[in-house]
Design a protein around this ligand. Structure first.
Ligand code: NAD
Length: 500
């Protein structure tokens, strides 16, 4: 069994006597390796390496930086099946889905290849007589990225291509549940010609996160994970004087109006509810059925759920296992709670309940797709982010009732409306308090040249990931006002500078 270590200064790094955590293959339930958990000392070594690398990377020409970015993109594109296999083996998601997350991350790399355009400043000639003004944006220095288990490749790629293209150096702290993807990407950077120390990886848990949050040389923190930890990271990181963007959890609603195409809505509910076993921050977990559409919609979703195959992600199944046995038990606990609170269990995905089709060997962490109807706002299956394959249908009488329900929810990551009424869709997009909205699109993850982020408890800080906001986050602005000596200029004036 191998131990996944850290990556500092272009090479594997380890510490004697380190704490270790198990890494499992969720499809078999077997421990397949271990991951080293960094101490504060190791984090300090990584930050020192990033500080040193920044001295040259921050002033390396844009032409050189982007040529390395292009090379990374080419290597990633050629070799993504290797990375997908690593993700499936540690996360459990099916291979196609793993490839999909890499492709969405690759889009950010492609946008970062255009960094020179995005880093351009402005220029104003003769703003005042003989005075010119220009603006520029400069890299921050060493920046930290702390990522969750559910997208071990894509979420780090929301940030590091932009950070690196803008001239920063990166310390990535991936999830300890699936740490190998980060090391694979570090090796790929080396192959692409990135100088040592520009991309470091420290594996670990709370100790390493705290060390990054407190270190005075770490300039910014980009965090993605659950809401309580996002809030903690935001508060501790900003208290230490850093800029922080901390993306948290979600409870995404899909509002289905009576005029919607119900086959499209049912397909979308399945894809967005059960893809990656519901372990997506943009998963749909609540279908809000308006008016008399509910009976037919629930029947169509149920009919589709029963056809899904859950199993080992390498076997062409629709859906894989949950990430750990503890998470499997938590999700199964929510199904018990939903039954106890009086929701109607339409499809029971718990293994042994007969509804699901399972294709796996061993003791994998499986819960099959599960559908509840008649869910109400007070139930824990509605209130909490389950982060599993449990879809709830909430029945409402009107558009306004559905909208109020969504807007009362503490989260505001993604949402979708299904309708053929352009006026209703237009109202929804204006009135809903959510960051990313789909109109007849169930998982509206923005393209990489737009920015990704939610509202309310789904984001602490104000800057979203990638796109122009990403470039803004990873740079500081300067404005320069210039006057070159003119023979006519002179004289003393202590008044506040005014333009003429
Ligand atoms: P998590 O909050 O448990 O862990 C995220 C990161 O924080 C990991 O690197 C982990 O090691 C670290 N961490 C965990 N506990 C910590 C602590 N006490 N102190 C300091 N650091 C700690 O999240 P997860 O279970 O890995 O991921 C699932 C969550 O991430 C879900 O809530 C999901 O909605 C959210 N998520 C959100 C988005 C988004 O864009 N908003 C995207 C993906 C995932």
């Amino acid at each position: 069994m191998s131990t996944t270590q850290h990556w500092i200064d272009g090479a594997e790094a380890s510490e004697a006597g380190a704490r270790l955590a198990d890494v499992t293959n969720p499809a078999t339930g077997r421990v397949t390796g271990q991951v080293a958990l960094a101490t504060t000392d190791l984090v300090n070594t990584a930050v020192a390496s990033s500080v040193k690398a920044f001295q040259t990377w921050g002033t390396t020409s844009l032409a050189k930086r982007t040529s390395i970015m292009f090379k990374f993109r080419e290597l990633l594109n050629e070799r993504k099946p290797e990375l997908a296999a690593i993700i499936t083996a540690e996360h459990g998601k099916v291979l196609d889905d793993a490839l999909g997350e890499i492709s969405r991350g690759q889009e950010v790399v492609e946008v970062a290849c255009g960094a020179p355009h995005l880093l351009k400043g402005g220029y104003t000639e003769n703003a005042s007589t003989n005075v010119d003004v220009h603006s520029k944006r400069q890299a921050l220095g060493p920046v930290a990225i702390i990522s969750p288990f559910n997208f071990p490749a894509m979420v780090p790629m929301w940030f590091f291509p932009v950070a690196i293209a803008a001239g920063n150096t990166v310390i990535l702290k991936p999830s300890e549940k699936d740490p190998s993807a980060a090391i694979w990407m570090a090796e790929l950077w080396k192959e692409a010609g990135l100088p040592d120390g520009v991309f470091n990886v420290v594996n670990g848990d709370k100790e390493s996160v705290d060390a990054l949050l407190d270190h005075p040389d770490v300039q910014s923190v980009s965090f993605v994970g659950s809401t309580p930890i996002a809030q903690y990271v935001y508060e501790r990181g900003t208290a230490a004087g850093k800029r922080v963007q901390a993306l948290g959890g979600a409870k995404n609603h899909m509002l289905v109006l009576p005029d919607a195409d119900l086959d499209l809505a049912a397909d979308s509910a399945i894809n967005a509810g059960f893809g990656a076993a519901g372990e997506r921050c943009m998963a749909i977990s609540a279908v809000v059925a308006v008016g008399d559409v509910a009976d037919e919609l629930v029947a169509k979703i149920a009919e589709r759920v029963k056809k899904l195959r859950t199993g080992d992600g390498t076997r062409g199944c629709d859906m894989g296992p949950l990430v750990t046995s503890a998470h499997r038990d938590k999700v199964a606990g929510y199904i018990d709670a939903g039954i106890a609170s009086g929701a109607t269990l339409v499809v029971d995905g718990r293994p042994g309940q007969g509804a699901g089709q399972f294709d796996a060997d061993g003791e994998g962490f499986f819960v099959g797709p599960t559908l509840f109807d008649n869910v109400t706002e007070d139930m824990s299956i509605y209130q909490d982010e389950i982060f599993g394959p449990v879809l709830s249908v909430v029945r409402v009488d009107s558009y306004d009732e559905g909208l109020d329900l969504i807007n009362r929810n503490k989260y505001g990551n993604g949402t979708a409306i299904f309708t053929n009424d352009g006026g209703a869709a237009r109202r929804f997009e204006a009135e809903v308090k959510v960051g990313m909205i789909g109109i007849n699109v169930p998982i509206p993850v923005p393209m990489a040249y737009y920015s990704f982020g939610g509202w309310k408890a789904s984001l602490f800080g104000d800057t979203h990931a990638h796109g122009t906001e990403g470039f803004h986050f990873f740079t500081r602005g300067k404005v320069v006002t210039t006057r070159w000596a003119d023979p006519s200029h002179g004289g003393i004036n202590l008044g506040f500078p005014q333009n003429d």
